[in-house]
Design a protein around this ligand. Structure first.
Ligand code: SF4
Length: 251
């Protein structure tokens, strides 16, 4: 017993002071993708972009919903593509993930009535619809002492009947289609649906596969898109706090 108490003192306080303080990420962190707006600086090599994440044009755009945020992706346009340290990526509309001129579009707060219902106690049911479990691991990490999701009144529950919404990972395999639809139906209204990761948004690396759908929104409506492969726990948390309007406006 004493050993446990001594260890606890030695460990100190581990929970991040986010969102009060702006989080600091290690140098290797790959956040928001930035693309040069000048055609001359961005000659696109489509062979290096099998998922079609870069949309060519006079002002090329990048689809964050298709990007896997890997280092190799920069080879599509070595002079024009860079990753920033900005972890804020979640949006409310699918089209807002297509970035031109490096415009920052972020998720909007839910309407006031819905926020009044969910604001202080949001219960989510997680559904893994054929993911590689990378996104699920990051969702799990939100519950550890560092991120401490429950301090915001957000918790995961076992039954969709006790949930206010679904958090979905994976491209939705054909095997999971019925289970996902039934789980969605079982959540009482009003409800929200959150698609986490490139797979849940666009099919990710599985896009176009015979046994998968290309993401969640072809089957059920999505209220929050959180890109990444997988997204960082703070990226997911940022999206959740934004729809609940729990972040200061300037952040
Ligand atoms: S988005 Fe990436 S990490 Fe998440 S389930 Fe798909 S492949 Fe795995």
């Amino acid at each position: 017993m004493w050993g446990v108490i001594v260890n606890r003192f030695k460990q100190g306080f581990r929970t991040l002071s986010y969102p009060k303080e702006v989080p600091v990420f290690p140098k290797r962190f790959r956040g928001r993708l930035m693309i040069s707006a000048a055609e001359t600086q961005c000659s696109i090599d489509k062979t290096k972009d099998p998922l079609g994440a870069v949309v060519p044009g006079k002002k090329p755009a990048v689809d964050l919903g298709k990007c896997l945020f890997n280092e190799e992706f920069k080879a599509v346009c070595p002079e024009g593509l860079t990753y920033s340290q900005d972890h804020r990526l979640a949006v409310s509309k699918r089209e807002d993930l297509i970035i031109r001129d490096n415009e920052v579009k972020l998720a909007a707060a839910l309407n006031e009535k819905t926020r009044r219902i969910f604001g202080r106690s949001l219960k989510l049911r997680e559904v893994c619809a054929g993911s590689c479990n990378g996104c699920d691991a990051e969702i799990q990490a939100m519950g550890n002492v560092v991120f401490d999701l429950s301090r915001f009144g957000i918790q995961f529950v076992a039954s969709p009947r006790h949930a206010d919404g679904l958090m979905i990972t994976g491209p939705v395999t054909k095997n999971m289609e019925l289970a996902l639809k039934k789980t969605y139906e079982a959540v009482p209204s009003p409800k929200i649906v959150i698609a986490v990761g490139a797979c849940a948004i666009s099919g990710g690396p599985f896009a176009g596969g015979k046994e998968v759908h290309n993401g969640v929104d072809g089957l059920i409506p999505v209220d929050l898109y959180i890109p990444g492969c997988p997204p960082h726990p703070l990226t997911i948390l940022d999206g959740l706090l934004r729809i609940l309007d729990k972040l200061e406006k300037e952040r």
